[in-house]
Design a protein. Structure first.
Length: 202
């Protein structure tokens, strides 16, 4: 493993302090480090809000890089709450693709810091999903749904699964019908949220 990965990991861990900013905002559960073409390392943490205003640590680090006048990514590393590393989500990958449309495939991603396993963004971002299906790969589609009741944060039901709403049921049925013709290669799953501070007061 290249020594720079250790530096990036330590830089991300240095800013990874999970904390409650307010009863609506949590920060720092996940941290990321981005190595730019100039050799500088930019860090960022995830910001979780009770609406859709939050941001992933990787995009936060990328925006930090852009704010400082750079726009070319060489390597990306994200540290999860348990200290392990993982791949960027779809939104973070899409940002990198749009930022570097001609060269995004070359961006290196640290998948497993413990073993030193890396992949390129090109390997994580297939150009043609249909080609994957034709090649015999299976696809998992997942939606998340829940009611969002306004309850006190001391409520003993915190941590329990929130019941699916009528809209969630309708959406699940609609997705199921949409992908029925691809039932042999597409698996559909519905993932309920749990009752936490972040899912109660919005």
């Amino acid at each position: 493993m290249e020594p720079i990965w250790k530096t990036m990991y330590e830089s991300a861990r240095a800013v990874q302090h999970e904390r409650e900013i307010s009863k609506y905002v949590l920060a720092g559960g996940v941290a990321a480090a981005v190595l730019s073409a100039s050799g500088r390392i930019y860090t960022g943490v995830c910001i979780d809000t009770c609406s859709t205003l939050g941001i992933c640590a990787e995009r936060n680090a990328i925006f930090n890089m852009i704010t400082n006048g750079e726009a070319e990514i060489v390597k990306v590393l994200a540290v999860m709450p348990d200290g392990k590393t993982g791949a960027p989500c779809g939104a973070c990958r899409e940002l990198m693709v749009q930022l570097m449309p001609e060269t995004y495939k070359n961006i290196e991603i640290m998948l497993d810091y413990e073993t030193g396993k890396t992949v390129t963004l090109g390997e994580l971002t297939p150009e043609d999903v249909h080609a994957l299906l034709r090649a015999g790969n299976r696809v998992l589609l997942m939606t998340r749904h829940a009611e969002r009741p306004h309850i006190d944060h001391e409520d003993p039901s915190f941590g329990q699964e929130l019941p699916i709403t009528e809209n969630g049921q309708a959406m699940s049925r609609a997705f199921g019908e949409m992908f029925r013709p691809l039932a042999d290669v597409v698996q559909f799953a519905s993932s309920p949220l749990r009752r936490t501070m972040m899912t109660t007061e919005c």
